[in-house]
Design a binder for this molecule. Structure first.
Ligand code: SAH
Ligand code: SF4
Ligand code: F3S
Length: 435
């Protein structure tokens, strides 16, 4: 029986969320409806992430939980990066899975669902360069802050990371496609666009790079804010850095992962940058845009990491004064070079270092947030808060801002930041900015 309702569960990064939105649009085009909250769906798409073991295992435990009390089950599609990594093996691991579709093949989801409804168990983990985007329907819905994937894949091969294997080689979408999608997103209600790529700053079309693209998008009426993520230090060009001082709509926020503060570990990670080259980029970015919020990613307990290496990581956190940062303990991923390196670190040591790192990052986040108290700024309202009359939006520096207002998602408010916490700010409205 062909499913009438569907639910998509995203497990991964922002690009994974973008893929989830596109799959929802594809299924919607087939006349299927998203199942209401708490209601059973005929089709469940698990849009999985393979980056760390926990995320990957969660996908399989979720499959098991989809069995209904009466013993029946929805049609189950395994999508995303676990699907790519495991392919047909996934069907053997879990007989409940009806179809397996990789992140470069999901434009075929509707026909695969039809095949699965007839009892087949199709698998598609092909990686044709960018064919997917041409086969997707036009954008018709957008949140106030909308994601737009412009670049996919990764050629960097950091020794711990599965992304080059699950997402394939770096490819850039063509300029006109991106501009067209951005226009549709704005017509559909987006006020902010977040350009996405595993290595978004490697985006290029001919001799035009990300800075030129951002400049062109900034000319779209009704689009108020532009962001991009995630960048790699090796691709942080001077033109892109300069753009932060030149384009008003480009928000003062840069996510630039460093992973470790130890050059020995960076080398073992195959990161292609040192702490000095990284810090030099940060300095240039701050010269172009002094108030910029810097964020990053860290891994603790990479194989061979000594206490001294770890302390070097704490030092780079102090040197950069991150406004925010994500940190993870190293997770050994099958097939990656680091998995077979010597001196894997004990879990307790990784945990202890992660706690110390997060405490240090937290001090800097709080300091950054406190430095913005009293600041008059603009906030893009994104969603309802927990309390009645409370809304949550984002400051230019990507802080969550809680504010009492009757303004709806998509509104841009002129407000004063009046209080700071470790993870969010409180704002008081001065007036509603002209739309
Ligand atoms: N392309 C981006 C995002 C990669 S995945 C980048 O290069 O930054 C997001 C983060 O997950 C990485 O920055 C890294 O900090 C973390 N990560 C990747 N592989 C990991 C692993 N095997 N164990 C722990 N963390 C990992
Ligand atoms: Fe993974 Fe490194 Fe590529 Fe980022 S740059 S996706 S961490 S291999
Ligand atoms: Fe996860 Fe794939 Fe993104 S592995 S982090 S969903 S690219």
């Amino acid at each position: 029986m062909t499913p009438k309702t569907f639910r998509i569960k995203n497990f991964g990064c922002q690009m994974n969320v973008y893929d989830g939105e596109r799959m929802a649009e594809l299924l919607g085009d087939q006349g299927m409806n998203a199942a209401a909250d708490g209601e059973d769906a005929d089709l469940v798409v698990l849009n999985t992430c393979h980056i760390r073991e926990k995320a990957a295992e969660k996908a399989y435990s979720d499959v098991g939980r989809l069995r209904r009390e009466d013993g029946s089950k929805p049609l189950i599609a395994l999508a995303g990066c676990v699907a790519q990594a495991e392919g047909a093996e996934a069907k053997r691991r879990s007989p409940m899975i009806d179809l397996v579709v990789g992140p470069q093949a999901y434009h075929r989801l509707p026909e695969m669902v039809a095949e699965a409804s007839r009892g087949a168990r199709p698998v598609d983990t092909d990686m044709p360069a960018a064919a997917k985007f041409d086969a997707l329907p036009a954008r018709r819905r957008a949140a106030p802050s909308a994601f737009l994937t412009v670049q996919e894949g990764c050629d960097k091969f950091c020794t711990y990371c599965v992304v080059p294997y699950t997402r394939g080689a770096e490819i850039s979408r063509p300029w006109p496609d991106i501009v067209a999608e951005a226009h549709l997103l704005v017509e559909a209600g987006a006020r902010e666009i977040v350009l996405l790529g595993q290595n978004v700053n490697a985006w290029a079309d001919g001799d035009r790079g990300l800075a030129e693209l951002i400049r062109a998008l900034a000319r779209i009426d009704g689009l108020e804010r532009i962001r991009y993520t995630t960048s790699h230090p090796s691709d942080m060009s001077d033109t892109l850095i300069a753009a932060h001082g030149e384009i008003d709509k480009l928000m003062p926020y840069l996510h630039l992962p460093v992973q470790s503060g130890s050059n020995r570990i960076l080398k073992a990670m195959n990161r292609n940058h040192t702490t000095d080259t990284y810090l030099a980029i940060i300095e240039k970015v701050r010269a172009a845009r002094p108030d910029i919020a810097i964020s990053g990613d860290f891994i603790t307990g990479f194989p061979g990491e000594t206490e001294e290496d770890f302390e070097a990581t704490l030092n780079i956190v102090d040197a950069v004064r991150y406004a925010s940062a994500y940190s993870f303990k190293y997770s050994s991923r099958p097939g990656t070079p680091a998995a077979t390196m010597e001196d894997h670190i004990a879990t307790e040591t990784m945990d202890e270092r992660l706690r110390r790192l997060q405490a240090r990052i937290g001090e800097h986040s709080l300091a950054f947030n406190r430095s913005k108290v009293g600041c008059e700024t603009r906030v893009l309202v994104e969603r309802k808060g927990r309390r009645p009359g409370q809304m949550i939006g984002r400051s230019p520096w990507l802080q969550s801002v809680h504010v009492e207002t009757d303004a709806q998602p998509g509104a841009i408010l002129d407000l004063t930041l009046v209080a700071a916490g470790p993870n969010s700010m409180t704002g008081a409205v001065r007036r509603r900015a002209a739309a």
